[in-house]
Write a protein that binds this ligand. Structure first.
Ligand code: NDP
Length: 448
């Protein structure tokens, strides 16, 4: 009997979630096509986590070169050349884009580099003019930067453009106090750009433990980053080569570049979701159940477009679980609890589980163990920058509710610690583990 649909699965968006879902569905035997209007790889690979991390590495040399002196190295006149780093990073993005495309090809997934729009429950119209049909549809269109609503907002850039700057500005004003603001503030500051962060409230990185947030703020200020809290845009004006930004509660500021890092908005507009009857939430996100299914039985959504946890590894898990559920005969719901995360600031911070405040709210009294120390490398380098590790435990059982850390390699160390927290281990389990000496990570098994 001939198939009544052109495809078993049509995926809109070839980012982290869409690529994983396409590949796994195809390996389960489905006939799959994926449409992408920009570049295969999505935000993470093309203009997010991956190129950002390369910039972080590049930026960190500024400190390493300075610290090297106390370790006996003489490095004369070190110079930084932005176009070299930028182009090397962009070349690597091209390489990864090719790898992702090859992976899809190798799994027999048809890649369609066009915009796709739903025009019926099972019908998808491609910008090239073709209309195709699919039994199942997966929306994995991600999110885009939110732009503040103020006069002159078109004068600013977002992280999308930051990777392509012709030259570094002398001064930059970054709006927002979240991941992107803190990561790019660190990057630009290490490159010698004068950085100011403005946030609408008196807090940054709200979801992280307060002690870590305070430590990052303190270190960032020592490194020369300025902060303007409780500041909302009133307007941005161009004056000669400069931009003048007016904001609430503060004097105007003159800068060379304004960058918005004020959250990301799910990409749901103009996709024909209304035609297909797909329900949206208040933030414009696609509402899904535990299996990433929308209110329409054959339409699913994964990743940032669902605004659950906007992290690449979560989108990948959602894509995998979707494919296993629908095409692999193994219904799988993604567990969004206890997801570890990190901010690649200078220094980085990372957390898993409940913050101290959340734990106290949920459990009443809890036990908190802390280590506040100067890493050995910083001591010899003469760098007055302290790390902070914190473990939050249930009072009676000692079960670990959360681990939080700021300091060199925090994200690397956290990945292993997160396994223990996810597995429900206790403080006693950590105490029973012998330290690896001398390391920073050993502080985790020596907490008092
Ligand atoms: P975040 O959600 O981390 O931070 C947004 C910041 O912008 C907050 O300070 C928030 O303030 C502020 N904000 C939100 N809405 C407005 C508004 N309307 N006007 C002014 N300020 C506003 O978002 P990012 O843009 O930094 O990053 C987007 C997402 O991408 C993150 O949530 C994260 O999931 C992901 N990401 C992850 C990274 C990683 O894993 N290392 C790196 C980069 C991004 P308030 O606190 O008051 O709400």
């Amino acid at each position: 009997m001939p198939d009544i649909y052109d495809y078993d699965l049509f995926v809109i968006g070839a980012g982290s979630g869409g690529v994983r879902a396409s590949r796994v569905a195809a390996s389960h035997g489905a006939k799959v096509a994926v449409a992408e209007e920009h570049r295969v790889g999505g935000t993470c690979v093309i203009r997010g986590c991956v190129p950002k991390k390369m910039l972080i590495y590049g930026a960190h040399f500024a400190e390493d070169l300075e610290d090297a002196k106390n370790f006996g190295w003489t490095i004369e006149n070190p110079k930084f050349d932005w176009p070299t780093l930028r182009d090397n990073v962009l070349n690597d993005v091209d390489r990864l884009n090719g790898l992702y495309t090859n992976t899809l090809d190798n799994h027999g997934v048809e890649v369609i580099l066009e915009r796709a729009t739903l025009v019926g429950p099972h019908e998808i119209e491609l910008s090239g003019g073709r209309t195709v049909t699919a039994k199942y549809i997966l929306i994995a269109t991600g999110a885009r930067p939110h732009l503040p609503d103020c006069a002159g907002n078109e004068l600013g850039i977002t992280s999308n453009e930051a990777f392509h700057l012709d030259k570094l500005p002398e001064r930059i004003l970054i709006a927002g106090g979240g991941y992107i603001a803190n990561e790019f503030a660190g990057i630009f500051n290490e490159f010698g750009v004068k950085v100011t962060i403005m946030t609408r409230s008196d807090q940054m990185l709200r979801q992280y433990d307060e002690s870590l947030r305070e430590r990052l703020l303190h270190i960032s200020m020592l490194k020369g980053i300025d902060f303007r809290f409780n500041a909302e845009f009133k307007g941005i004006e161009k004056k000669g080569d400069c931009l003048v930004v007016s904001m609430t509660n503060h004097e105007d500021i003159e800068t060379d570049c304004v960058m918005y890092a004020t959250g990301r908005v799910p990409n749901t507009e103009g996709l024909g979701l209304d035609v297909a009857g797909v329900e949206l939430g208040d933030a414009g996100e696609i509402v899904v159940d535990r299996f990433s299914k929308t209110n329409v039985d054959h339409i699913y959504a994964v990743g940032d477009v669902t605004n659950r946890v906007q992290l690449t590894p979560v989108a990948i898990r959602e894509g995998q679980a979707f494919a296993d559920t629908v095409f692999g005969g193994a219904p799988t719901a993604v567990d969004h609890n206890c997801v570890p995360s990190a901010v690649f600031s200078h220094p980085p911070l990372a957390g898993v589980g409940l913050t101290e405040k959340e734990a106290r709210t949920q459990y009443g009294s809890v036990k908190v163990y802390e280590s506040d120390f100067r890493p050995m490398k910083n001591v010899l380098a003469g760098r007055d920058e302290r790390s902070l590790y914190k473990m939050v435990c249930e009072e009676n059982s000692g079960k670990i509710l959360g681990i939080h850390m700021i300091g060199p390699d925090a994200a690397e160390i956290m990945q292993a610690a997160a396994v223990a927290v996810k597995a429900g281990l206790t403080k006693a389990d950590f105490d029973a583990t012998v330290a690896i000496h001398p390391t920073m990570a050993e502080e985790l098994v020596l907490l008092k």
